[in-house]
Design a protein around this ligand. Structure first.
Ligand SMILES: [Zn+2]
Length: 409
């Protein structure tokens, strides 16, 4: 006899159709004795169109009941090692759903909800797909070198990808914040540069770390509907670096010393394994410039922002302006976007950020953010990124990166 549902989870899994995802529900059952008598379970689903990304949070789903929901399954499921699974192949891309599970009688002993946003697989690469693409690059191109530089909180390997001149490198960093941009933009860019610009790579190399906050980015790729910023230990990696760490930051009105904040800096400088991995990478490669890709939902633009602390350093500022004047025109030419109005660099990166840490080492560095005059890309800020927007942004960044490589050649 099935006693009760102990654990109920939902995640997106690849479907046979490229880029499409199905929802895999998993239930763990407690049973009173070792002999199992099948009994009926009921799966409820309701679309949640009122959930608004970057406005509503995880708490939106607390205490929701399956009123006016659809029964999408009613019957027996095979139980293996106390777990049963149900694959929902009818969930539609772009929609947010809440699921509940009950047993035997409609309305009885209901567990849930669990929530899923059906995200596109080309917009959100899962961690296993990131590793596959890393291995594919390495096996297709003997010039590509990979190296594990550390691990995430949950033990995922962080693997850097390097190609080209090892003594004259630029560095591309993705996914410091889980719900932002990185691997989907950078993998196609680096692949294109390897395929088409081997001459340039002899002069200037590239190092990429596509997904720093790999644990929590995977949670979004598996369908968490809300924005996630911090790592699996609840730390904002872009506040955790040993760079003016003693200064409390209040960006967005939040305190970086409060563990409840989205911007919590962590218990001490460099406390997080992802931070340590990035530092060891930077110390090893000594890059000429670093671009760290942010903004939202796998797409960002050419608005490079840099460290607050560098505001009065005219020498460093002129290095930044020089690079922005190289990157932005190339980027915008691909988009047929308006030219940049000016090259004022917003100096907003805080204490504890990667960019401030790099500033203290004299390395020109940007967080790459969305620019609101690029209207073809701004829907991504509300989690409306499409494969077409990702593709367009990736091509534009490829042009920007190539322009920077030519600058350093
Ligand atoms: Zn960010």
């Amino acid at each position: 006899m099935l006693k009760k549902v102990l654990k109920f989870t939902a995640k997106l899994v690849p479907s046979e159709k490229a880029g499409k995802r199905n929802v895999l529900l998993s239930f763990q059952f407690y049973r009173e004795n070792l002999t199992y008598t099948p009994s009926k379970i009921i799966v409820y689903r309701r679309e949640e169109p009122n959930f608004i990304f970057d406005c509503d949070e995880e708490e939106y789903f607390d205490g929701l009941v399956p009123k006016e929901s659809d029964v999408i399954f009613e019957g027996e499921l095979e139980i293996k090692d106390t777990f049963a699974e149900y694959l929902d192949t009818t969930a539609e891309e772009g929609k947010t759903y809440a699921y509940w599970v009950g047993k035997e009688t409609v309305g009885q002993a209901i567990t849930g909800p669990v929530a899923v946003k059906v995200r596109n697989g080309k917009v959100w690469l899962r961690f296993d797909e990131i590793l596959e693409e890393t291995n594919r690059l390495k096996s297709e191109f003997p010039s590509v070198k990979t190296k594990q530089i550390g691990k995430t909180v949950l033990g995922k390997p962080l693997i850097s990808i390097r190609v080209g001149n090892p003594d004259n490198l630029i560095c591309l960093v993705g996914g410091v914040h889980a719900g932002e941009s990185g691997p989907e933009l950078l993998f196609p860019a680096v692949r294109y540069i390897i395929e088409k610009h081997s001459d340039l790579l002899e002069k200037v190399g590239i190092v990429m770390l596509p997904s720093v906050n790999a644990d929590m980015r995977d949670v979004m790729a598996e369908g968490a509907p809300w924005y996630i910023r911090k790592n699996a230990a609840g730390v904002d990696l872009n506040r955790n670096f040993d760079a003016d760490f003693e200064y409390v930051d209040h960006s967005y009105g939040l305190s970086s010393i409060d563990p409840r904040s989205f911007t919590y800096r962590g218990p001490y400088p460099n406390s997080e394994p992802e931070t340590e991995a990035l530092i060891s990478l930077m110390e090893e490669i000594k890059p000429k410039a670093v671009f760290s890709y942010h903004a939202l939902c796998s797409v960002t633009a050419d608005l490079g922002v840099s460290s607050r602390i560098a505001r009065d350093d005219s020498g460093y500022m002129s290095l930044l302006v020089e690079l922005a004047k190289v990157y932005s025109p190339a980027f915008r030419a691909v988009l047929n976007g308006p030219p940049r109005e000016n090259y004022d660099i917003p100096m907003i990166c805080t204490s504890g950020s990667l960019i401030t840490w790099l500033y203290h080492r004299g390395i020109p560095a940007f967080d790459m953010e969305m620019s609101h005059d690029l209207t073809m890309l701004t829907p991504t800020m509300k989690d409306h990124s499409t494969p077409e927007m990702v593709d367009l942004a990736s091509q534009a960044h490829t042009a920007g990166i190539l322009a920077v490589m030519k600058h350093f050649a």
